[in-house]
Design a protein around this ligand. Structure first.
Ligand SMILES: [Zn+2]
Length: 358
């Protein structure tokens, strides 16, 4: 470690002042509450800056979203092309070349060609890419007002966030820039599902569950489902939900239902994995590692707890479904006793009428 300088808050820089690892305080002060470059941490006055799009520009082009709006948690509509964060030109170019340019050909290929394109390195890059989109989404919340009405105060959407998990995501995202490693075990559950493109007015969907760190990104006929910090522990419990639908074309609400299953499982882990960054004295590079708990189990299944998550994931879509008159779709979804993906015998259903579930 002789070539590194360590600061009181745990920040580590190399001899040239490049930040290898952000201590928590510096991360909160400079990145969350400041407007330094979100990757290298440079101040605006020290470098040339341009904007980093939260949803990458190639996705906006591919999905024709430039003039579309995102609806923020404060109900404000913001155009996707204005949904940007401070980033220096060097880091913007570096991530363009080393991340976006490698991911774009993968995620614009047809679903049935993906298997032949994804290897271990691409799998890792896809995971970092997903983490980057989620990280940027929540970092942006530190800049956006919680209330449109100024009389209600100046709080930002992120005012009540716990920044610890963003700090972990930041380290994952910066691994490309610092050259640090992510141990294979530290990578989360990451599944590519087949998205049904029939009858769709929009080839894109983004939803994440803040605090549980799960998310779904749909681009064309592919949907990425991810638990960012579960060290793949959720996957072993997700199998029974996943197996009937793998390879099947899932429509938007069915994909959201899969996000609800993953989120509920992730939230139900009795002992979550613990992440840390270690320094390899020989290679002089940090590695993100994880400690897997001995007891991998879930708390007792509760339909209403699952229902609350299913509702959170689908409330904006359920009114468009076909159901019998008098059927209270909102109450049924909240009960956790219906689904949209499989029938009572766990056979995949292509239409999205609500199905009773066991
Ligand atoms: Zn930078």
């Amino acid at each position: 470690m002789s070539n590194y300088v360590t600061y009181e808050d745990g920040t580590i820089t190399d001899q040239n002042g490049k930040i290898i690892s952000f201590g928590f305080k510096r991360f909160v002060d400079d990145i969350c509450n400041g407007d330094n470059c979100l990757i290298c941490g440079a101040k605006r006055e020290d470098k040339s800056f341009n904007d980093e799009h939260v949803i990458p520009k190639w996705v906006l082009r591919y999905c024709d979203l430039f003039k579309e709006h995102i609806i923020l948690p404060n109900t404000v509509k913001l155009r996707y092309d204005k949904y940007v964060l401070p980033c220096c030109s060097d880091c913007n170019s570096f991530y363009g070349e080393n991340l976006e340019n490698k991911i774009q050909p993968i995620l614009t290929s047809p679903y049935n060609e993906l298997k032949s394109l994804i290897n271990e390195e691409i799998g890792r890059l896809l995971y970092v890419w997903f983490a980057f989109v989620v990280f940027k989404t929540h970092l942006k919340d530190t800049l956006l007002r919680l209330h449109q009405d100024r009389r209600k105060g100046e709080d930002k959407i992120a005012s009540k966030y716990q920044f610890e998990w963003l700090h972990h995501l930041h380290a994952v995202v910066r691994s490309l820039y610092t050259g640090s490693k992510i141990s294979q075990e530290a990578i989360g559950t990451f599944i590519v599902l087949n998205a049904d493109t029939g009858n769709l007015n929009r080839p894109f969907d983004y939803r994440d569950v803040n605090g549980v760190n799960t998310g779904l990104i749909r681009i064309g006929d592919k949907a990425l489902l991810c638990a960012l910090d579960d060290a793949r522990l959720s996957l072993r419990f997700l199998r029974s939900r996943l197996d009937p639908v793998l390879g099947q074309p899932l429509n938007p609400i069915q994909l959201r239902e899969m996000l609800a299953h993953l989120t509920y499982i992730k939230k139900s882990l009795v002992n979550p994995p613990l992440f840390r960054t270690e320094y390899d004295l020989d290679e002089q590079l940090p590695t993100i590692k994880v400690t897997i708990p001995e007891d991998i189990s879930l708390v007792e299944y509760k339909y209403e707890d699952y229902g609350a998550i299913l509702y959170l994931c689908t409330f904006d879509m359920i009114d468009n479904l076909i159901f019998e008159e008098g059927f209270d779709i909102h109450a049924q979804v909240k009960s956790g006793k219906i689904g949209f993906t499989v029938d009572e015998n766990y056979n995949f259903v292509r239409q999205s009428s609500p199905q009773a579930r066991k």
